[in-house]
Design a protein around this ligand. Structure first.
Ligand code: SAM
Length: 528
């Protein structure tokens, strides 16, 4: 009789401090192995990688740069570095770069040198950015650079294109940092408070025996975590700034468990040092932004989605900044991700325009609010008329990701909708095309844009976008066939014939295509 190995559990580690657990190694191995494929139906990305959140960040950053230059006009003589941590797919980076460049132009700040550093710990992601067609113009302008930076280490951060290190020589202006969905990904410690006492939560991790290969667990979502408690007496971190936060929780909270984002705080410390205490961070992540939210929580849970993530204790990061003379702005609690801004002492009193922008884009219509509204619309678009869809597309900043979800509804409505709406969409589709950021195994919005123009008989525009789409989608029956139809309508029958023949190569059984070939050959023969 065979033994059921799925039932037998192997203990992988026992009573470990959370930040020293093997979980973090497994997390890094996952991202390193998957590279860019992590964002193909695995790790969620849309909430932090859409044109709206990029606009929020770009507006805040340009206000911050203006404030800095107003306080110190000499600042213009040196570059402003923006470091993105745990960049991921690079889609957010592209939107933010594009919006910053547009704002620089409209605000007359093109003479300000901005260097945007896309960093990640895995070279596989960096290699993807370095050759990405959307990023190449920014690379050529010198506006974007790359860095291999593992936030769990204290190694220097070197810009791969410019071959310079971030440090006292380079960072004359404040260092601006973006941290999206990364504080939830790197190491945490875990604690509990009960009856005025503070406890460290120690992890025991086990998994079914059949999830083990070469002495290692294979799938992270098959891990089970149990917590043991151990009272903390005296100083835990031997760092007064950090220990005082634990003390605050011990005395202010009654009965709860909480996470302490120790990996993120270590990285922030390093960045503060590099930037000589002039650090400005914007971060969006799932998490807690108020002390009340930390009360009555059960032991921490991990969410698995290819990688794993946990709730970020933004309150602890904010308190860390406050304790060391800086300040913060935490979005008031609401459902969804939280956007937070942190800054060091040297910047705390000089940011009037930045404060206005934060009020508008963090507390006002925040990335979280945008996402909530978008989700409701995405659920309902089958009931929407074209004018509502057009307004929504405008609201999303002509986002290809959204258009791909509702393109079939748009195509079904175009014929019966009013001319103003149809033209409004048509006249803005170039913005959507400019927002296209290629990702493997994903649909190409350029093709859908071409279909829209095709359906409203704007064959020149349709042709242009079919040809652009060809660079990304490659040899496809539908592409050749549609190209040929547009060329025929434009009177380019020789080209049309060539593309109908290409379509036939893709699908030799297509009767319609065969008929077109015969028809056009005849027409061409009659003409000559
Ligand atoms: C959850 S993804 C977030 C990606 C992107 N920021 C977003 O919002 O979609 C985490 C990213 O951080 C990177 N990462 C994981 N551990 C890291 C570490 N220790 N240091 C730097 N980057 C890390 C991963 O490769 C991945 O690109």
């Amino acid at each position: 009789m065979k033994q059921d190995t799925s039932e037998r559990k192997i203990v992988i580690e026992q009573n470990k401090r959370f930040s020293q657990s093997c979980l973090w190694r497994m997390q890094r191995e996952y991202f390193d192995k998957e590279g860019i494929n992590a964002w193909v139906n695995q790790v969620p990305f849309y909430i932090t990688s859409n044109p709206y959140i990029a606009k929020c960040y770009a507006e805040i950053v340009m206000s911050f740069i203006r404030d800095t230059i107003k306080t110190n006009p000499e600042a213009k003589k040196n570059p402003f570095y923006i470091l993105e941590l745990g960049t991921g797919s690079g889609r957010f980076s592209y939107y933010v770069l594009k919006t910053i460049a547009e704002l620089q132009k409209s605000l007359g700040l093109e003479d300000v040198s901005i260097c945007y550093i896309m960093s990640d710990f895995t070279k596989h992601n960096i290699q993807y950015y370095e050759t990405h067609p959307a990023l190449i113009p920014f690379i050529e302008k010198g506006m974007v650079d790359f860095a291999l930076y593992d936030m769990e280490t204290e190694r220097p951060i070197t810009l791969l294109k410019k071959n310079i290190r971030l440090g006292t020589d380079t960072l004359v202006n404040p260092l601006i940092v973006f941290a999206n969905y990364i504080f939830d990904t790197i190491s945490h410690d875990s604690f509990a408070v009960h009856d005025g006492k503070l406890y460290e939560l120690l992890l025991t991790i086990s998994t079914p025996e059949n999830n083990m290969h070469d002495n290692k667990a294979v799938e992270m979502d098959k891990l089970s975590i149990d917590y043991g408690v151990h009272e903390v007496k005296g100083s835990y971190y031997n760092d007064p700034h950090l220990d005082s936060i634990l003390d605050l929780y011990k005395t202010s909270l009654n009965d709860t468990s909480f996470l302490f984002p120790i990996g993120s705080i270590h990285a922030i410390k390093l960045l503060k040092k590099l930037a000589q205490n002039k650090l400005f961070i914007i971060s969006s992540d799932k998490g807690y932004s108020a002390m009340e939210q930390l009360e009555n929580l059960g032991h921490p849970t991990l969410s698995f989605h290819g990688s794993f993530s946990m709730m970020v204790n933004f309150h602890a990061i904010a308190t860390y900044f406050k304790n060391s003379g800086g300040d913060y702005f935490l979005q008031t609690p609401r459902k969804g991700i939280k956007t937070s801004v942190f800054y060091t002492e040297a910047l705390a009193h000089t940011m009037p325009e930045t404060r206005v922008a934060i009020e508008k884009y963090v507390e006002g219509l925040s990335p979280a609010d945008y996402f909530t509204l978008h989700r409701r619309m995405s659920d309902a678009f089958q009931e929407c008329s074209l004018d509502t869809i057009a307004a929504h597309l405008n609201f999303t900043g002509w986002d290809p990701h959204i258009y791909l979800k509702l393109a079939s509804r748009v195509n079904s409505l175009v014929g019966e909708s009013d001319a103003d709406t149809v033209n409004f969409i048509a006249n803005n589709l170039h913005k959507m095309a400019a927002n296209y950021y290629y990702m493997p195994k994903s649909d190409c919005v350029l093709f859908e844009i071409a279909v829209y123009f095709h359906s409203i008989k704007r064959y020149d525009d349709a042709l242009k976008y079919y040809l652009e789409a060809k660079k990304f989608v490659g040899e496809q029956f539908g592409l050749y066939y549609n190209l040929a139809l547009c060329q025929h309508h434009l009177g380019h029958n020789a080209d049309a014939l060539e593309n109908f023949k290409q379509a036939l190569k893709q699908d030799e059984n297509s009767k319609e295509t065969q008929e077109w070939v015969t028809y056009i050959e005849k027409a061409l023969a009659e003409k000559s």
